[in-house]
Design a protein around this ligand. Structure first.
Ligand code: NAD
Ligand code: AHE
Ligand code: ZN
Length: 372
């Protein structure tokens, strides 16, 4: 296996445009997989890290974590995937052996998590070089490169029938929102509010509908999100900026006879997280934080909100175990149980990756997919 030279979008420093450069991608180590990335989505979490808001962010870096591609080569200790497999990289690894994987209580495998957070491979070194300099990995995926190297625990083979320009979105945004909603045990017949109608929020709306929620209130400061929300099953849409003389949580409690059974924060705004908690029904309402808040931000509420039975919790990658569950979710997509296609609203070539970030903030974009 030799070094591959290809194109990648490098973030040399926080807050600056990405630069498409020639990059050298080293061969995979014994427990690693090198893959050709065909498509990558651009998630809000990429923007957050690239803008310097991630306490784990390191530069220079190849960002991106919502990809789909094909295995190019594997290390000697890799058995789960083989050359030619269609794969999705997993920022939430699954080793099936660590305490977390074996617990049956969480999808948060910790096998590679600490080195992943440091932007390096599990052996502490990197597989990217550009202009003679080491380049960090991001979230164990680094899909903004035409070729990337990932741990064998951080990749799963999926059906070759699935078009990769759509399936990449199952690598983060859609699975995150859909999983977070469908994994709530008592969502059937419940009243739900989703704060933030981006890719994650829209997928949570879809999951709430699939789970049998009877009222799904979508909340977004951008009125252009109303039609997307209704198309995916929202029964109501509220722009919180249009609520006068009371808070959004007071308004929601009023119109739902005491509050929501479930609320989901899909914005990453800590003020919104508080509203989502306080909009929950006394005694049993649960608020699930999905959004990622900037470094240094903290949540707060009156403890009385919890004393009186509301539950505050969080969800990463929708609570989905990547190796065990993602291939089935891809099949659900192919069997039309799960809509993915309508999330793909914009496309860009790699050369226009910076514009993909601008697309994200427009009201008419759910996901921009970059053709690598
Ligand atoms: P996005 O930018 O596509 O969508 C965010 C939406 O929130 C937009 O429609 C925006 O108009 C809306 N919004 C912003 N401020 C608001 C406010 N004050 N009130 C109501 N709506 C508001 O983002 P996305 O890619 O869908 O990601 C959503 C969040 O989830 C981000 O914080 C992202 O980092 C996080 N995320 C978390 C996970 C996880 O595993 N926990 C996975 C993916 C993304
Ligand atoms: N690095 C940040 C936290 C970032 C974060 O919470 N990431 C989510 C996935 S966002 C995908 O778009 C996640 O999976 N969290 C669990 C984990 O183990 O990272 C920080 O605050 O340090
Ligand atoms: Zn993401």
């Amino acid at each position: 296996m030799s070094i591959i030279t290809c194109k990648a979008a490098i973030a040399w420093e926080a807050g600056k445009d990405l630069v498409v450069e020639d990059i050298q991608v080293l061969p995979p180590g014994p427990e690693e997989v090198r893959l050709k990335v065909d498509y990558t989505g651009v998630c809000h979490t990429d923007a957050y890290m690239l803008n310097g808001h991630d306490s784990e962010g390191k530069f220079p870096v190849v960002a991106g974590h919502e990809g789909a591609g094909v295995v190019e080569s594997v290390g000697s200790q890799v058995t789960d995937v083989k050359v030619g497999d269609h794969v999705i990289p997993l920022y939430t690894a699954e080793c099936k052996e660590c305490k977390f994987c074996k617990s049956g209580k969480t999808n948060l495998c910790q096998r590679v998590r600490s080195t992943q957070g440091q932007g390096v491979m599990p052996d502490g070194t990197v597989r990217f070089k550009c202009r003679g300099q080491d380049i960090y990995h991001f979230m164990g995926c680094s899909t903004f490169s035409q070729y990337t190297v990932v741990s064998k625990h951080s990749v799963v083979a999926v059906s070759k029938e699935a078009p990769k320009e759509k399936a990449c979105l199952l690598g983060c945004g859609i699975t995150t929102g859909y999983g977070a909603a469908t994994k709530q045990q008592h969502i059937k017949g419940s009243q739900v509010a989703i704060f933030g109608v981006g890719c994650v929020g829209l997928a949570a709306i879809q999951g709430a509908k699939a789970g049998g929620a009877t009222r799904i209130i979508a909340i977004d400061t951008n009125n252009k999100k109303e039609s997307f929300a209704k198309q995916h099953g929202a029964t109501d849409f509220i722009n919180p900026l249009e609520i006068k003389d009371k808070s959004i949580q007071e308004h929601l409690v009023e119109i739902t006879d005491g509050g929501l059974d479930y609320t989901f924060d899909c914005t990453g705004n800590v003020g919104v997280m508080r509203s989502a908690l306080e909009a929950c029904h006394k005694g049993w309402g649960e608020s699930i934080i999905i959004g990622v808040a900037p470094a240094g931000k903290e949540i707060s509420t009156r403890p009385f909100q919890l004393v009186t039975g509301r539950v505050w919790k969080g969800s990463a990658f929708g609570g989905v175990k990547g190796k065990s569950e993602l291939p089935g979710i891809v099949l659900d997509y192919l069997n039309k149980k799960l809509d993915v296609d309508s999330f793909h609203t914009h496309s860009r070539p790699l050369a226009e990756i910076n514009e993909a970030f601008h697309d994200m903030h427009g009201g008419d974009c759910i996901r921009c997919v970059v053709d690598m």
